[in-house]
Design a protein around this ligand. Structure first.
Ligand code: FE2
Ligand code: FE2
Length: 274
């Protein structure tokens, strides 16, 4: 897989060129100066999206970052960020895994799908495992099951999308009849005293009564809690399942005019100002 997370400090604007407000806040890495002529020689400012900055010190620096765009040699980041691997004109699912998702998410998704396959489960479950956390991998973590389900709904069986959506709530609730216990990882993440909000409890209750309950429950059972960094799973292993269970749009994900195309475009150009 291609690495999409390595910073190349050479593409950062040098510290002394920055206004003190940005330099002192350690925001130098939000401003890129791509030196390759394929882009042009203007600096590009990345303003992190509201969902990433609210409640953090970053929210105070939006103005300073935006003010940078008034410089004649500076524009807001739009289009390809040279820091990220270039995407093909008509991206398919695999391109997002290999060119956008970080190593942890990539391994988590592929190892979960492999586990489902090793357990002899059907292709709907394997596909759901492969996709279940793509929102965390490439878009947004909060409400990740719901985002992921919407992102893939036009391209997968309805049962697969449903299982992905509901896995978020089911993860918080044990089902010992099938050997699923509350994850140690969640105790680590949230503390032993964490109780999910009411809407999650209600989602869980409703999902348990649904005819596809077990499809989603199997996603949680195969949701590997901690990935093994020594196990490298190649996407090749799932090309057959993807071929049969994910309808790749002819014009590419992000460009097929579907109601969710914008979500895929956001992963292609995640730093676009607008
Ligand atoms: Fe998840
Ligand atoms: Fe997961």
């Amino acid at each position: 897989m291609l690495e999409s997370t390595n910073y190349r400090p050479s593409s950062q604007v040098s510290q002394d060129e920055l206004p003190a407000s940005i330099r002192d806040a350690g925001l130098a890495h939000w401003i890129r100066e791509p030196l390759d002529d394929a882009v042009d020689r203007r600096r590009r400012v990345i303003v992190p999206p509201a969902a990433a900055r609210m409640g953090t010190p970053l929210s105070s620096y939006q103005g300073a970052l935006m003010a940078e765009s008034r410089r004649p040699d500076t524009v807001m980041m739009m289009g390809d960020n040279p820091e990220l691997p270039k995407m093909p004109e008509r991206p398919v699912l695999r391109d997002f895994y290999e060119r956008r998702f970080g190593k942890i998410a990539f391994n988590h998704l592929l190892q979960s799908a492999r586990l489902a396959r090793e357990h002899g489960l059907g292709e709907k479950v394997i596909m759901a495992c492969l996709l279940h956390d793509i929102a965390i991998a490439g878009l947004l973590s909060a409400n990740h099951g719901y985002w992921a389900a919407q992102m893939v709904a036009p391209y997968v069986d309805e049962e697969v999308a449903w299982a992905i959506e509901k896995h978020e709530a089911l993860r918080y609730f044990a089902d010992e009849s099938v050997g699923y216990t509350y994850p140690q990882a969640y105790i680590d993440y949230f503390g032993a005293d964490y109780r999910p909000p009411d809407y999650i409890s209600r989602e869980h209750e409703a999902a348990r009564r649904h005819r596809w309950y077990m499809t989603s429950r199997l996603v949680t059972i195969n949701d590997v809690y901690s990935f093994d960094p020594n196990v490298v799973v190649d996407f090749d292993e799932f090309e057959d399942v993807v071929g049969r269970n994910f309808r790749q749009p002819r014009d590419g994900l992000g460009f097929d005019g579907s109601p969710v195309a914008h979500m895929w475009r956001t992963m292609i150009w995640p730093n676009n100002f607008l």
